[in-house]
Design a protein. Structure first.
Length: 276
């Protein structure tokens, strides 16, 4: 864990540090529609980037804590969590943990539901996470934020703090409707709070090329969004679905599986995009 005690204010909030290097690429992984592979993508992209020797922080902003569990951290045995960090009750180093896949985890559990109410009482409620992350801009190459499956104040905080948003989605028509609502939210964040927010890319998940609807929606996505659609597709894969129950990213559970190879390819694609 990173020792940030020297950067702690008297109120518990981290003092911003001097930026001694390039700031992290902060990627919010978001889709208000559940069941599209959002958490699976956050966990496995974090592991795949860490395997490429990138310094990675994964922040679990979903009170369900699935990204925490999938990273090998027990959400039911947390003395402090992302809630306490967001509320400035503890410094970063006290809340962060290390995944078996060698990335840092800011873990979550049901305590985080209280943060939604608490944040709404603050005048600068949208900027809490951005201000906290500034103190660690040079400590990581990538920060991945697993957003809750709704457009609430936690998701808004993630989008305001982010440099980009990665959108996992299934190739089905209802997913296109949800995508429109999310893009409207991103546009609103750009106008009011984070003018530099970009679309990192659209990721097609649970992809089955044998399905005609899947192919049709995939073609529409590429037609309308072009290069914003990742070339990588994540297939439906049993081993990928099994991995979270073992508390492991797919890279550690079955490195040679189709799901693992897809996320390794995605990590390479993300890194290549950000090197340009």
């Amino acid at each position: 864990m990173i020792d940030s005690n020297e950067n702690k204010k008297k109120d518990g909030r981290d003092e911003p540090k001097l930026d001694m290097g390039d700031p992290a690429r902060v990627i919010a992984v978001a889709n208000q529609k559940g069941g599209v592979g959002k958490t699976t993508t956050t966990v496995n992209l974090a592991a795949a980037l860490a395997a490429l020797n990138e310094r990675v922080l994964m922040i679990d902003l979903d009170p369900q804590g699935n990204a925490t569990m999938g990273s090998g951290v027990d959400k039911n045995d947390l003395p402090v969590s992302s809630y306490h960090w967001l509320m400035a009750e503890v410094p970063f180093a006290e809340a962060a943990q290390t995944s078996p896949a060698s990335y840092q985890v800011m873990p979550s559990n049901i305590d985080l539901t209280a943060a939604e109410v608490a944040l709404l009482q603050l005048s600068e409620r949208e900027f809490v996470m951005r201000d906290l992350l500034r103190g660690h801009a040079a400590d990581f190459d990538y920060v991945l934020i697993d957003c809750p499956p709704s457009l609430n104040i936690l998701t808004v905080n993630a989008l305001v703090a982010a440099t980009s948003v990665l959108i996992p989605m299934q190739c089905e028509y209802y997913a296109l409707e949800g995508l429109s609502a999310l893009l409207d939210t991103v546009d609103g964040i750009c106008e009011k709070a984070n003018p530099n927010l970009q679309i990192e890319g659209l990721l097609r998940t649970m992809y089955d090329p044998r399905n005609g609807l899947t192919r049709d929606v995939s073609r529409q996505l590429i037609h309308y969004f072009g290069d914003q659609v990742f070339r990588t597709v994540v297939p439906r894969n049993v081993r990928l679905a099994e991995a979270p129950s073992h508390g492991l990213p797919i890279l550690l559970y079955d490195r040679g599986s189709r799901g693992s190879l897809a996320y390794q390819a995605l990590a390479a694609e993300v890194r290549k995009r950000n090197a340009q």
